[in-house]
Design a protein around this ligand. Structure first.
Ligand SMILES: [Zn+2]
Length: 298
């Protein structure tokens, strides 16, 4: 028992030291810009993103955002005719290309005409911002950026994606899902909830270490039991036994911190997506976690 305890502490210390002592990681993480994330939310909230409506304006915008940033490969996964596709971009690892980690968010909105600024133009923009920065550097392992459609109609996009991964014998080693990262109820602290299952506790530990270095004033809670724990695209990865965490700006459907603007015409920038610093810090901590895992190549 003692040996096991020491081993766990050593792993935790090791990742903490990596976060604290890598100047290049500091430089890269600090490139994450809340302004850049909010500028993209402003564009996305104007675009139709309802999955069955299949309006490709947002798809073209997201593809060109990823393309301009120099990812190695970009492709679409059309899983149901007449629906918006999943958008996938890959930056291959230099040493271990078969070791693959996913950063994802759903870009679809709840209904036709719903602006979906916090849910989930915010997470989508956080992922695009991460891609903008990560694409400029080399990493030993592979990073896959996945923008899912169909989340609001039953996680259809992420289910199709994880099915295809299994069918093609691609092993995903871990996944981080950004789903709503920019809302703070008036007077509350900026915060993040980390939704986990048993399989994802090691990933969560690296993430909380990242928070302790890059987002010290972001309050956090770990959630493994609430109603929303499995209500997101990370859950499709859990179904395939892949470690995954969801980062979300609230935890409890019934607390007064819940964002009641989502799924309505009031899910707009300023009112619902209202905390640029929260979006920036959640994205920074996700980027730091990924860099810690996929390792910078020099
Ligand atoms: Zn959502």
């Amino acid at each position: 028992m003692k040996k096991t305890a020491c081993f766990i502490i050593l792993i935790a210390l090791n990742s903490f030291q990596l976060f604290g002592q890598n100047p290049l990681m500091h430089k890269v993480v600090n490139l994450v810009s809340g302004d850049s994330i909010f500028n993209n939310i402003a564009l996305l909230e104007q675009m139709e993103r309802c999955t069955p409506d299949n309006n490709l304006e947002c798809v073209n915008h997201l593809i060109s955002s990823l393309d301009n940033n120099g990812m190695d490969t970009i492709y679409l996964q059309n899983y149901t005719q007449g629906w918006l596709p999943n958008i996938i971009a890959v930056k291959y690892g230099t040493l271990f290309p078969d070791s693959v980690y996913v950063l994802g968010a759903h870009y679809d909105s709840y209904k036709s005409g719903a602006p979906g600024a916090d849910d989930n133009a915010s997470g989508t923009s956080g992922v695009i911002e991460a891609a903008r920065i990560l694409s400029k550097y080399k990493f030993k392992k592979t990073i896959m950026i996945v923008l899912f459609s169909g989340e609001e109609i039953g996680r259809c996009g992420s289910k199709a994606f994880t099915d295809s991964i299994v069918n093609n014998n691609i092993k995903i080693s871990g996944m981080i899902n950004l789903d709503m990262i920019s809302y703070v109820n008036n007077g509350n602290n900026i915060s993040v909830s980390i939704c986990v299952n048993k399989l994802s506790l090691d990933l969560m530990k690296i993430y909380t270490n990242a928070l302790s270095v890059y987002a010290t004033n972001l309050k956090y809670a770990v959630d493994s039991t609430s109603m929303i724990v499995s209500a997101g695209d990370h859950s499709s990865f859990w179904d395939k036994n892949v470690p995954a965490i969801m980062l979300i700006d609230e935890i409890d459907l019934f607390s007064n911190n819940f964002n009641n603007y989502i799924h309505s015409n009031n899910d707009i920038l300023g009112l619902s997506a209202n905390s640029k610093i929260e979006a920036e810090l959640i994205t920074k901590s996700a980027v730091a976690t990924l860099i810690n895992i996929i390792e910078m190549d020099k």
